[in-house]
Design a protein around this ligand. Structure first.
Ligand SMILES: NC(=O)c1ccc[n+]([C@@H]2O[C@H](COP(=O)([O-])OP(=O)(O)OC[C@H]3O[C@@H](n4cnc5c(N)ncnc54)[C@H](OP(=O)(O)O)[C@@H]3O)[C@@H](O)[C@H]2O)c1
Length: 330
């Protein structure tokens, strides 16, 4: 196909990384099972890292970021998909070293795609995106450990994964304590449904100054790492479960062993990018039904390609609230 399409291309000149809207040829996308016309993508912290030249995420430039994409199959070499199917692709290598959803077309292996579940529109699937899937995988771990009610603490609560985790847990009837560095009380309580808000510093003072803290929570969903994860581990009660998926605060974890040896607490790592396809389907089906956040529309802001660089910078600086959804032109 000689047809051209628009994409946010990140290129490197010496140590400087430029983000520009460029016209690319579909023919230039390497051969693969599926050619997909992307209708929506979404912005994740990993995209902000890729767009700023982080070599831990993207090794080679020029590159088109976007770890999330939802759209229509245009060509399929797989018996599992037909032209016109609505599909979701998140994680694997998409947007890392494979051109991603910040372009209007992608080519990917069929194993990376899942059919859009009944109950979700393409827009809703990207409103959730990797953030929703990661929150869902975290909550699935907690529920699978037999924790089905009670108080749960969520960090980075106004961010992508944090806002999704807060909204889903609240919908499921958990009492959510939201840890946040922002003054966003209305968003956290009325839109996401949090029962209580703790400022980051307030949380650390209360829960990370001793080897063990008051056991106020049944479980925790940590999205930031560092001292906050340490405090969460110390504040979860007997046989509690804490999930860990992110490192925006720190990649280090200095804590005490007491939560593990005196309370039997489990620390579970979450990796949505390589999550097994059956677990993905299970979580996407839950997200399409009982777990779909009540006020999903109010948790997102729709943007176009031209607004991407500014919003990626916001994400990198920890200033974003909720989720940004990228809509490509029709
Ligand atoms: N393992 C996986 O599968 C997976 C999947 C998705 C994301 N992640 C990771 O999870 C993390 C969150 O991703 P995201 O897309 O939700 O990012 P995001 O939208 O940027 O949200 C991160 C939130 O963390 C809080 N935060 C920022 N800087 C902080 C700091 N210095 N100390 C404490 N809290 C801070 C902020 O929320 P408040 O202002 O409300 O505190 C911010 O909005 C990232 O590290 C990302 O790479 C991992």
């Amino acid at each position: 196909m000689t047809e051209e399409f628009d994409a946010l291309l990140v290129s490197q000149q010496d140590a400087v990384f430029k983000n520009e809207i460029k016209s690319l040829k579909i023919d230039d996308l390497p051969e693969n099972d599926l050619l997909i016309k992307v209708r929506y993508s979404s912005l994740n912290y990993k995209d902000a890292l890729s767009a700023s030249g982080n070599k831990g995420v993207t090794r080679k430039f020029p590159h088109v970021p976007g770890i999330d994409a939802a759209g229509f199959v245009i060509e399929s070499k797989s018996p599992d998909f037909r032209e016109g199917d609505k599909v979701i692709v998140t994680g694997f290598d998409l947007g890392m070293n494979t051109y991603g959803g910040f372009g209007e077309y992608i080519r990917v292996p069929a194993q990376w795609a899942i059919m859009l579940p009944d109950g979700l529109s393409l827009k809703e699937s990207m409103s959730l995106g990797t953030a929703g899937l990661t929150a869902g995988l975290s909550i699935d771990k907690i529920i699978s450990a037999g924790i089905t009610s009670g108080a749960v603490v969520v960090s980075g609560a106004t961010g992508g994964v944090g806002s999704m985790a807060t909204a889903i847990l609240s919908k499921l009837g958990f009492e959510v304590t939201a840890i946040s560095g922002k003054n966003e009380n209305h968003f956290l309580t009325s839109v996401l449904g949090a029962s209580k808000i703790l400022d980051r510093e307030e949380f650390l003072e209360k829960y990370d100054t001793k080897p063990l803290s008051p056991a106020d929570f049944s479980a925790g969903v940590d999205n930031v790492g560092g001292p906050i994860l340490s405090g969460i581990l110390k504040s979860v009660r007997q046989n509690g479960m804490v999930t860990c998926c992110g490192n925006v605060a720190s990649a280090d974890l200095a804590t005490s062993v007491f939560p593990f040896i005196l309370r039997g607490v489990t620390l579970a790592g979450i990796d949505s990018a390589q999550a097994d396809i059956n677990r993905r389907r299970k979580v996407w089906n839950a997200l399409a039904t009982d777990w779909k956040p009540l006020h999903l529309d109010e948790m997102i802001q729709e943007i176009d390609l031209h607004q991407l660089p500014e919003k990626l910078k916001e994400l990198l600086d920890g200033k974003a609230r909720g989720r940004y959804i990228l809509k490509h032109k029709d």
